[in-house]
Design a protein around this ligand. Structure first.
Ligand SMILES: Cc1cc2nc3c(=O)[nH]c(=O)nc-3n(C[C@H](O)[C@H](O)[C@H](O)COP(=O)(O)O)c2cc1C
Length: 349
């Protein structure tokens, strides 16, 4: 029976045990209820994925990669599919509106990178992508969606999963029908970011919709949208009965969210919040990984500035600190700023 909208539900007992195979994710995970780092262009790159895995994320995904660009062997795009073994289990996410290109991309990713799974992006709301029917643009043509899923499955032995939104717009909002179509086409897991494309990132993700999709599907459903705290993970699980939680923006500058959520899910207490020294330490570890994996260049540093900004959120004097960090030209400069902040004598000087 479906719960009335807004009524908090407990997890259906038959869906909590490890013996309920329908809910088992098609890739390995250290925990029964995996915490998954969301695919995020410009953020979920190898360095951040490694930091989040070390902090307790069970599974990570690449940023979305264009199937057309993979097919044409565009170097930048192929670099986005690279990862190190410590990141496993990992999914590589692809998008595109041409079923043949999607199949070719899936075959190439399988042969050259061998991730644990391939995820299809049916959720990206960006104009440039949806204009060519990519990402959530596909949701306007569910026959195309089905063709794409079948073509990708036919091109790889890896499990194929999907990630989507609740619909194109309010009028066509129907996540259960979308999910059933994707399941019928052979998707092995379904992630719902419970907003429409036209909502972009406004309003609230509708967790009741995630609960309805969980009720309707045989395959595992991963809940996504607006998880900001460890407590939110526990709430999302209780509210929807989902098989795992995907965390995006909440992890910006806060990979500790994975550690805290794992502790709460295991019935423990939240760890004390990291102090400034711990935050700076992880920020610098993250920065060093970026230099090693993305090249010791000015471009790497400039693209990293946003992470420094996120790591300082909430600290005393954060806005001044951020302003300075947004101008750094080298990681050594950032390190000096952190040391200056931590050393009271230097701060007075
Ligand atoms: C900067 C940014 C980049 C994103 N890039 C992708 C992407 O490449 N593929 C994808 O499926 N979703 C992408 N998303 C959506 C997120 O994966 C996620 O569905 C969304 O942010 C909602 O989750 P959250 O509230 O936990 O952030 C992106 C989101 C952000 C903020």
């Amino acid at each position: 029976m479906r719960p009335a909208a807004g009524v908090k539900r407990s997890i259906a007992p038959h869906r909590t045990g490890k013996y309920f195979h329908g809910m088992k994710l098609p890739y390995p995970s250290a925990h029964d209820f995996p915490l998954i780092l969301a695919p995020m262009a410009g953020v979920s790159e190898a360095p951040f994925r490694q930091i989040c895995r070390a902090m307790g994320a069970d599974v990570v995904l690449s940023e979305f990669l264009s199937s057309e660009a993979i097919r044409r062997r565009i170097r930048n795009t192929l670099e986005g599919a690279e990862f190190e073994s410590c990141e496993r289990p990992i999914g590589i996410q692809i998008y595109g509106a041409d079923a043949n290109a999607m199949a070719e991309a899936a075959a190439l990713i399988t042969a050259h990178y061998a991730p644990e799974f391939i995820d299809i992006n049916f959720g990206c709301p960006v104009k440039k992508v949806v204009q060519r029917n990519g990402g959530s643009g596909c949701l306007r043509d569910m026959d195309l969606v089905e063709r794409i899923i079948r073509a990708v499955i036919g091109a790889t032995h890896l499990p194929v999963t999907v990630k989507t939104r609740s619909g194109w717009n309010d009028e066509s909002r129907d996540p259960v029908s979308i999910a059933l179509r994707m399941q019928d086409a052979g998707a092995r897991a379904f992630t719902l970011h419970a907003r429409t494309r036209t909502q972009m990132f406004s309003g609230k993700a509708n967790w009741d919709e995630i609960a309805r999709v969980v009720e309707a599907l045989e395959i595992p459903v991963i809940g996504n949208g607006d998880i900001e705290t460890a407590e939110d993970v526990v709430r999302l699980r209780a509210h929807t009965g989902c098989a795992g939680a995907m965390i995006g923006r909440g992890a910006f500058g806060n990979p500790w969210l994975f550690r805290d959520a794992q502790l709460l899910l295991a019935g423990g207490q939240r760890a004390p919040a990291p102090d400034a020294a711990e935050r700076f330490g992880v920020a610098l570890d993250h920065a060093r990984l970026a230099l090693r994996l993305q090249g010791d260049t000015r471009k790497t540093v400039i693209e990293f500035r946003k992470h420094f900004g996120w790591y300082t959120r909430g600290l005393h004097g954060a806005s001044e600190l951020r302003q300075r960090l947004f101008q750094v030209e080298s990681m050594a400069e950032a390190e000096a700023i952190f040391l200056g902040y931590l050393d009271p004598l230097a701060r007075v000087a």
